[in-house]
Every structure is written in C-alpha cells, then in structure tokens.
Design a protein around this ligand. Structure first.
Ligand code: NDP
Length: 334
C-alpha cells in the first residue's frame, strides 16, 4: 500500500531560527516511512498555534530541518503490521509534531482520536482547531488549578485561540473570568464566550482593574500566557494562597525567579505544558473522552478566524504575531 503513496510531499519547515523570513514552503520533502507500530496520516487541516513562533525564534530548541505544526485532522492512509487500533480510511485528529505537511507518521498508542466516519468537514476543522488549545484549557482548569465555582480568574490573551477555549470552560465551572485583551473588539468576543469582567491592556491599569473587580482581594488563579511583560502584575494581582499558572511567552520568557518572591502570599506557581498532562495512558483516556464529549455537544467550540492554504502559512503567522487575529487559524493541506 505504501507504494501507492508519493515519496515526496509539500511541507512548511525551518532550516534555521529567525524571523518570518526563515519560514520555508518546500515541495520535495520525503514522506516519512512507518514502522510496525505506526500509522501514516494524510492531513486535511492543521491548527496554527503560537508555539510555532517559539520554535522559529529559538525560544524552544529544535533540531533542523524542523517541520512545524503540533496538531491536525485527516485520514489514515497506511498502517504498520502491528497496528490494531486503526484502519486505512479512518478519520482521525491528533496531537503530534510535524503536521504542517501532507503526511505525518505517529505511533498508534499516542494522542490520537478516532473520529466517526460521519464526521463532517466542519467538525474536521473543529477537531484540528481544538486539539492543542481545547485540551490545554481542559487540562489546565482541572489539573494546573482545579477551578471552583465562584473563583475569580484572571485570563490574558482572552480572545485568542486558547483564550476562547478557557473562557468557555471557566464559565462552565462557574468561575468569574476577568479577561485581558488589547482591543475592545477582542474583549467583546471574550464576553460572547463567557468572560464577565474586562481589561483593555492598552488603556487600563491591569492591576488596578483586578483590585476594583475583586474588592481589593485579588484573584484565586491567573492563567498568564504573556510571560515576561505581565509576570509582576500577575503576581501582585493574586490573592493570598492564589495559584499562578504561567504557560506562555508571547512577550518573551519570564526571567529567572527568586522563589522567595512567592512567600509573602504563599503563592503556588506552575509552568505547565499540555503534553505532560496527556502523556500518561490514564490521563489521555480520561481527558480525551471528556474533550470529545465537549466538542461533540458544542460546549467547546473554536471560532475559526481563517483557513489558509499550507503554502501561505507565513501570512497567517505574521497576522497572529502582530496580534491581529482572534480565535483559531487553520491550514488547509493540499
Ligand atoms: P493566541 O491566538 O492567543 O495569540 C497570541 C495572543 O497573545 C495575541 O493575540 C495577543 O492578544 C497576546 N499577546 C500578548 N502580548 C503579546 C505580545 N507581546 N506579542 C504578541 N502577542 C501578545 O495564541 P494561542 O492561542 O496559540 O496561544 C496563546 C498563548 O498560550 C501563547 O502564549 C501560547 O504559547 C500559550 N500556550 C501554551 C500552552 C502550553 O502547553 N504551555 C499550550 C497552548 C498555548 P492581545 O492582543 O489581546 O494581547
């Protein structure tokens, strides 16, 4: 069956770190060969995430050439001899590297969802859109900090892809979300997805607003993906015994910290990544079931900002990094 597949494919990769100019679309990259425990997936949609910019800039290390992408939906086109969980023709959505490509290989026991044969094109988009950002929100509001009804929660980048997923799940848990975003239009969108309080980071004093909204107490938890620029503000905005979930570097990485800074208010500080919450078989089983339930019942939906041809990834990345996007950007794979 492998013989009916092409030997080369179209991909988006980097051969060196740098600005947008190092992004390359290539059309003669080898199609991976699968081992006995792996399947080969023909990708249909791949989700764009802010993390690609970290690999490109060198904030996160990667061996070159490095194929970008961390999630996709598509169809199984080949399987190894020992594969028993998937068949050729199965629709799937999955978490893995190297998805800005026509074909991706993955071991059958990794983070793969088998989707019903009846899955619509719209749901193929939703699954590609939500694997990273939806599962991040789901695992973080349960595992990084177990959000309780009535909690006040500070959420940055609240109209972004991850932000809109967090808004929906925080609302379902009965928390009061204080949304931070850079424009009033973005804040309006955060409201549509469940936020109750709003801070425009370009006009408002973030800390003063948090204190106003919480009667001077501060928040129970903060989900801060901005990193460097907001670390001190977030630390000050937490209440005594609050939880600081630092999970991104949109403004740059948080500099090294003297842990004594956490003592005055007995703050819990985490720096989690999605992957480490879903690599255990039990965790994946539990979270993937809940994730599918939420997506299939439209309790967790992605707002699709745009679907770009694979070869136009650079345009999408440029908009995203200029903070001109809301919700999710997808790539359509030829
Ligand atoms: P988004 O769609 O949220 O885009 C990033 C947003 O960050 C921008 O729209 C912008 O919103 C905000 N931002 C704040 N400061 C800056 C800045 N200095 N430069 C650029 N943007 C800035 O992306 P994602 O949903 O993909 O990811 C959101 C964040 O969550 C990222 O930091 C990402 O790395 C992190 N993340 C971490 C995961 C993990 O496992 N640790 C998993 C998934 C996401 P605004 O203009 O409103 O401020």
């Amino acid at each position: 069956l492998m013989s009916s597949l092409p030997s080369v494919q179209k991909v988006v990769l980097i051969r060196e770190t740098g600005g947008l100019e190092v992004l390359r679309f290539e059309d003669n990259f080898p199609v991976p060969e699968i081992s006995s425990d792996e399947i080969l997936i023909k990708n249909k949609y791949a989700g764009i995430n802010y993390i690609e910019s970290y690999f490109r800039k060198g904030i996160y290390p990667a061996e070159k050439p490095y194929l970008l992408g961390r999630e996709a939906s598509g169809v199984v086109v080949a399987r190894g001899d020992n594969v028993d969980k998937f068949q050729v023709g199965d629709k799937v959505a999955y978490l893995s590297g190297n998805t800005f490509a026509q074909y991706t290989k993955i071991a059958q026991d990794k983070q793969i969802l088998k989707l019903p044969e009846t899955t619509t094109d719209d749901h193929m988009k939703q699954y590609a859109a939500l694997m990273v950002q939806g599962l991040t929100a789901l695992t973080f509001v349960n595992d990084a900090y177990s959000v309780q009804k009535g909690d006040f929660v500070l959420l940055y980048a609240a109209a972004g892809g991850a932000g809109l997923a967090f808004n929906q799940l925080l609302k379902q848990k009965g928390a009061h979300t204080i949304a931070v975003a850079s424009t009033d239009d973005k804040l309006q969108l955060a409201r549509d997805y469940g936020a109750e309080y709003f801070i425009n980071s370009q006009k408002d004093d973030i800390l003063a607003k948090v204190m106003e909204y919480t009667n001077g107490e501060g928040v129970d938890a903060a989900f801060d993906s901005v990193g460097k620029d907001t670390f001190e503000i977030t630390l000050s905005a937490l209440k005594r015994k609050g939880t600081f979930v630092s999970f991104g570097n949109a403004s740059g990485p948080v500099p090294p910290l003297n842990i004594g800074r956490l003592s005055p208010k007995n703050i819990k500080l985490l720096r989690p990544q999605l992957f480490a919450y879903v690599t255990g078989a039990d965790d994946w089983e539990r979270y993937s079931k809940e994730f599918v339930r939420l997506v299939d019942s439209d309790l967790l939906t992605a707002k699709i900002f745009g679907v770009y041809p694979l070869e136009n990834y650079k345009d999408a990345a440029e908009l995203m990094e200029a903070r001109k996007t809301v919700g999710k950007l997808l790539l359509e794979i030829p």
